[in-house]
Design a protein around this ligand. Structure first.
Ligand code: NAD
Length: 421
């Protein structure tokens, strides 16, 4: 069975609830609070028409889920992918709640998605789909209510269409309604790189903690999009050697090191990493099991499972992706002494700079990239060390450490607000 088949059989929402239960048990969470936090607050499903270039009308299905609004408005990306499901979006929304709490930014968790393979659409069709989907979910959206952002297959251009659509409806320009926008429309310096940059900050902290020299370390990266390709470039800039990368079509490997800038250009030119000169083509499963010091899953959920966790060679697994590791695999990795930086910490750089973007938009301000990166680093390093302390204190893995911090913060806010009415 391929990693894709195994991944498709695992329900991300069940995984998310299982991870929450582990933390709730350990925190001895009040049963009422536990019931509240275990379910999303709102789930919206929309079926909407789009006129295609051939004149036909197709109906697409999309979702927006708000998991918890205790600490602030909902925040979370919108994914365009053929395998999107309501359960996947629920899981991603719950993870956003914990992520915002782990790094201490004042948001709740939300997420959205449309069932579509955007690679099969023309630019015009993609624009129509984006604008109509945003219109359909606008009953939930607003700069004080729910602020979307990019995720898999959604880009700054799509954020620009979302922002324009919302602004047309209210009659004035509202940059703060989405983040991850182009810089010319109120986007933040450093947002495009933020997820990867935050991920690399946590890897540097983990390497220091474990006494590893990054300049002597090798790295494998699964997924070569926004998170993965930029993480590969930034970790190479730290002196590490990237030996394998992959995208949805294939993996490539060269144990002496890949020139990542050239791989980026190759992918731009050919639409795939496959066939990169001087590297062998390998499968995605082989990328995960490659001999390396650091593994960065940066694609989709459920990639490291009970089936392959025993074969992972890395000393550090840095989850740039959301939900790449199942709870069973977590246990196997922990027992094998592999240091895992969990998604809700590792990839929180994206939402952190989204928060900076929103703050700048609301204040009609624009920070320099150095300011953004310095503030991001302070937040990521602090959150990493808080999670590490918690993990040590309870003798648990880093995921449970992160959940203990996050769930406690959200539970405290929810309890303090009390039950309405
Ligand atoms: P993207 O669309 O830019 O890139 C996704 C990459 O994954 C592509 O290279 C694609 O080819 C590859 N891919 C898809 N299926 C694959 C498979 N089965 N095996 C190997 N590669 C596969 O998306 P992204 O924004 O980089 O998101 C990647 C992950 O990072 C997701 O889990 C997302 O939720 C997470 N994330 C993204 C952000 C962000 O700001 N973009 C923030 C936090 C977390």
């Amino acid at each position: 069975m391929t990693t894709e088949h195994v991944a498709a059989e695992i329900n991300a929402w069940k995984v998310a609830q299982q991870q929450f239960d582990l933390a709730a048990d350990r925190l001895n969470l009040d049963p009422g609070l536990r019931r509240v936090l275990r379910e999303p607050r709102r789930e919206l499903t929309v079926h909407f028409p789009v006129q295609m270039d051939d004149g036909s009308v197709q109906v697409f299905t999309g979702y927006r889920v708000q998991h918890n609004l205790g600490r602030g408005p909902a925040k979370g990306g919108i994914r365009f992918h053929q395998d999107v499901s309501i359960d996947e979006v629920k899981a991603l929304a719950m993870w956003m709640t914990w992520k915002c709490a782990v790094v201490g930014i004042p948001y709740g968790g939300g997420k959205g998605g449309v069932i579509v393979d955007p690679k099969k659409l023309s630019m015009k069709e993609l624009e129509h789909l984006s604008r109509r989907f945003f219109t359909e979910i606008e009953v939930l959206i607003g700069p004080e209510r729910d602020i979307p952002a990019p995720d898999v297959n959604t880009t700054p251009q799509i954020m620009a269409w979302f922002m324009d659509t919302y602004s047309m409806h209210v009659g004035y320009t509202v940059p703060g309604v989405v983040t991850g926008k182009p810089i010319s429309l109120g986007g933040s310096e450093g947002r495009n790189e933020a997820t990867a940059r935050g991920c690399v900050y946590t890897i540097v902290e983990a390497a220091n903690h474990l006494g590893m020299d990054l300049t002597k370390s090798t790295v494998a990266v699964q997924g070569f999009g926004n998170a993965g390709s930029i993480a590969a470039q930034l970790i190479a800039a730290e002196g590490a050697t990237v030996v394998a990368v992959s995208d949805s079509t294939s993996g490539i490997r060269n144990m002496s090191g890949l020139d990542i800038a050239r791989v980026v250009n190759w992918k731009k030119e050919h639409g795939t990493v496959k066939g990169f000169p001087g590297a062998e083509d390998i499968t995605n499963a082989e990328v995960l099991e490659t001999e390396c010091d650091i593994l960065i899953p940066a694609a989709l959920e459920n990639q490291i499972t009970a089936r392959n966790a025993g074969n992972i060679k890395a000393k550090i697994v840095a989850e740039a992706a959301n939900g790449p590791t199942t709870p069973e695999a977590d246990e196997i990795l922990f027992a094998r002494g592999i240091f895992l930086i969990p998604d809700i910490l590792c990839n929180a750089g994206g939402v952190t700079v989204s928060y900076f973007e929103w703050v700048q938009d609301l204040n009609r301000d624009h920070w320099t990239e150095d300011e953004v990166n310095a503030k991001l680093k302070t937040i990521m390093v602090k959150a990493f060390n808080e999670v590490l302390d918690q993990a040590h204190h309870h003798d648990v893995n880093m995921r449970t450490g992160a959940y203990l911090n996050a769930v406690q913060r959200v539970a405290d806010a929810t309890a303090m607000r009390g039950l309405y009415p």
